[in-house]
Design a protein around this ligand. Sequence first.
Ligand SMILES: *Cc1c(COP(=O)(O)O)cnc(C)c1O
Length: 358
Amino acid sequence: MIPVTKSFLPNRNAYNLLLDEIWESGWFTNHGKMERRLNDELKSFLGVSNIMLTNNGTIPLQLALHVLGNEGEIITSPFSYIATSSSILWEKCKPVFVDIDADYLSINELKIEAAITSKTTAILVTHIFGNPSNVEVIQSIADKYNLSVIYDGAHCFNVIYKGKSIFEYGDVTTTSFHATKLFHTAEGGALFTKNTTLLEQFKLAGNFGHTDYYEISALGINAKLSELQAALGLAMLPEVKSIIEKRKQLVDLYKSKLNWDFFRTIRIRDNTEWNYSYFPIIFQSETQLNKTLNLLNSHDIFPRRYFYPSLNTIPIFPYVEMPVSEEIAKTIICLPLYDQLSTDSVNHITNLINSSLH
Ligand SMILES: *Cc1c(COP(=O)(O)O)cnc(C)c1O
């Protein structure tokens, strides 16, 4: 069976050595030495000013909305994973969808201003599949209307835009280290901000509001990453560069073998060093998508319809028509892409896809 992704399995000896250290210390969570070590290593690996590790990639979205004091309306993209928009509702704000760009698949920045009202407080959008949103235009709109900018960078591990980490843009960027992501700690995530005052507020809010053992100075929640999870990340980090290189080779092979008369892929923004986190193809019709998907499934190959359906059509949100996002959601799949995927498998998959066309 070939699934859309398989979790990377870090070297067991490397992980066992770290587990030995945890057993010796008897310390399993609450900002232990594994967490501090992962914090420091990620900071230099990614080249970011600050990082706060968290227990998943959803909690930092909620923390960002909470700590920035946002209420009212939050502008967001309908083409993402549900967590991006459900966090807005969870924090008792109102998601206001703005349609996406058909090529880049991120929010169409030219449509943002028309959606701003006196109640708008923030823009929260996803750098979809690791492809940077138009951060310059988004920042200038935010400056003009005094809005916060929060990026969901769940797909963006090691993405560089204009010479610096994509995590350095906006007021806050969040990411996920879920087992299906390019770099993972089974469950985990992080929050990035260049603003050190904000960082302290996030740390406070992510640790129940504790300033010390007995003193609580703010409303907080539990966002802590455990030592076992941090150790998993430490065991994996030395292998990430070669994982990305392997994924690049697989994507290049897909690109060279597929018959591009029948579909297209995402357009990556100029000046981006991409991370090959996902490989989407966009069909000309849903009928063609189903035909191809059925053939692949019958050969035990399971790409995923990422992201489907378009978030604005999910009944927890009031429906507002988003033609581009709805059309893309119906015609896009992500092809299998993971470290252990063989070039033979990619050849097999592309042959099947090509034979399913027209
Ligand atoms: C995976 C993902 C999340 C959620 O991350 P978790 O670690 O599973 O909580 C949020 N946004 C996007 C775009 C994602 O892909």
